[in-house]
Design a protein around this ligand. Structure first.
Ligand code: PEP
Length: 252
């Protein structure tokens, strides 16, 4: 039985004081929901203060990125070891990083390895672009991204995958539950080819792309979908709480 998980990706939003306010608005109600893993991923600079605020609660913390080297002369970067000291999860390979920061499959692979090596739980994002979707290449693109991200990784302990069609991120144009379920089922079959059936059955695979309180149930009701990676709606306490509450009720 996979524990559902809802992760909020705050992206490059919120100052430290805004982050503190947002957590304070949600903390006690989120904490009451115990059959869903709730992960918030604020910007790096808010990780430490948010960690203090959620101490002793069931809310978990994640980062949005890392650099793959352990330490050294990499001005401005944050290492896996620094994060492992602060949080449990880390988003890797988000399409915005692939698009704006030229993250290739090779870089994503190095980051996943580094995260796993430091004991972090990576939320690996994969998904096709609009033109790839329209050309009927979703299966090919998603499969290639998955395999290249996991090259050389023998055992992906703690790894989660988020299927995020690029055309659905921040656009208000979500996939349908059925489409997302089919692609996630394909991803799970590929995980089984790589690591065997048992690991594939245990791995949590999320959907991400314009999930809101209004459409969340459509995704969460699908058998292959274990939760959501939520961007814009995770910045609104009521929306995020509603998505977590609905998940709790559906997956009970
Ligand atoms: C995301 O940032 O991963 C995301 C899915 O964003 P949004 O929910 O805003 O589409």
């Amino acid at each position: 039985m996979r524990v559902p998980l809802i992760a909020g990706n705050w992206k490059m939003n919120t100052t430290v004081s805004e982050a503190v306010k947002l957590v304070n608005e949600m903390r006690s109600r989120l904490d009451e929901i115990t059959n869903v893993d709730k992960v918030i991923c604020p910007p790096f600079i808010s990780l430490a203060p948010v960690r203090e605020l959620i101490k002793g609660s069931s809310i978990k913390l994640g980062a949005q990125n890392l650099y793959f080297e352990e330490k050294g002369a990499y001005t401005g970067e944050v290492s896996p070891l620094m994060l492992a000291d602060l949080c449990e999860f880390v988003i890797i390979g988000h399409s915005e990083r692939r698009q704006y920061f030229n993250e290739t499959g090779e870089i994503v692979n190095k980051k996943v390895r580094a995260a796993l090596g430091a004991g972090l739980k990576p939320i690996l994002c994969i998904g096709e672009r609009l033109e790839e979707n329209e050309a009927g290449r979703t299966e090919e693109v998603v499969t290639e991204q998955l395999w290249s991200s996991l090259t050389g990784i023998d055992y992906p302990r703690g790894l989660l995958i988020a299927y995020e069609p690029v055309w659905a991120i921040g656009t208000g144009k979500a996939a349908t539950g059925k489409q997302a379920n089919e692609t996630i089922s394909l991803i799970r079959r590929n995980v089984a080819k790589l690591y065997g059936k048992e690991i594939a059955q245990d791995m949590r695979i999320l959907y991400g792309g314009s999930v809101t309180a209004e459409n969340a149930a459509e995704f969460i009701n699908q058998p292959e979908i274990d939760g959501a990676l939520v961007g814009g709606a995770s910045l609104k306490a009521d929306q995020f709480l509603s998505i977590v509450t609905q998940t709790s009720e559906i997956k009970r």
